[in-house]
Design a protein around this ligand. Structure first.
Ligand SMILES: *Cc1c(COP(=O)(O)O)cnc(C)c1O
Length: 232
């Protein structure tokens, strides 16, 4: 899979260049490789090339993959980044290291209650709607502080930060606006006393904009694994 390895390297270089432009240390930006729809074998190849953190959106698909890669489990970090239904929270609480898509208290309470005692607390981000589109998932920015405080108080969760999936935008200035808004909200929550360290924003098409605006974690699928095929 020379493409995959080449792509991974190219994405690392994009992150490094954007960090350089922003005067940031490239090591302050973590790369989450979004492997949804791609086989376990691709994850294995990316891992062999030094990638540790992988993102998945679909519970059943992810569980199959995690099982197939059980031999690497201690050296992999699995992040759930998709919309999460209440009735699917248990396998997520039991099998993932992170959940980026917490957008309501009920789901956070379930994840906390279902997180096994023998595992470390589940790392979570609150998902915020940073581009003002009513149709998009994520809590409204004005409600984020209250939800974040409630999530931070749950015993088996560790609130790490904020996540957003802005509307796609063509030019970099338009891409930066929602990322800037999320960063400002992140700073506000920190000022309010929440100990956050993760700003999860930026994907294949806008990672430079996100890094310039302060992302600490970018979630990249297509630019690493190629175009997704949902036909089967
Ligand atoms: C699929 C997905 C990504 C990756 O998107 P690409 O454009 O393929 O890089 C990132 N974040 C979330 C939440 C996703 O669902």
């Amino acid at each position: 899979m020379p493409d995959l390895i080449h792509n991974l390297d190219a994405v690392r270089q994009r992150i490094a260049l954007a960090a350089h432009v922003a005067g940031r240390d490239p090591r302050s930006v973590e790369l989450l490789a979004v492997s949804k729809t791609f086989p376990a074998e691709d994850v294995r190849v990316a891992h062999a090339a030094g990638q540790r953190a992988f993102g998945e959106n679909y519970v059943q698909e992810a569980l199959t993959k995690i099982e197939a890669l059980a031999d690497l489990r201690a050296d992999l970090e699995w992040h759930f980044i998709g919309p999460l239904q209440s009735n699917k929270s248990k396998p997520v609480a039991e099998n993932f290291d992170w959940v980026h898509s917490v957008d309501r208290l009920k789901i956070a309470e379930r994840l906390s209650a279902q997180r096994p005692d023998n595992l470390l607390p589940l790392n979570v981000c609150v998902q915020v709607n940073a581009s003002g589109e009513a149709s998009k998932s994520g809590i409204e920015p004005g409600e984020a502080l209250e939800l974040a405080r409630a999530v931070a108080a749950l015993p088996r969760l560790r609130l790490r930060g904020l996540m957003s999936i802005p509307e796609p935008a063509g030019d970099i200035e338009a891409q930066r606006a929602p990322h800037r808004l999320l960063h400002a909200l992140f700073e506000q929550l920190c000022t309010e006393g929440l100990a956050l360290d993760t700003l999860s924003m930026g994907m294949s098409g806008d990672l430079e904009a996100a890094v310039i605006e302060g992302a600490t974690l970018v979630r990249v699928g297509t630019a690493i694994f190629g175009a997704r095929d949902y036909s089967n």
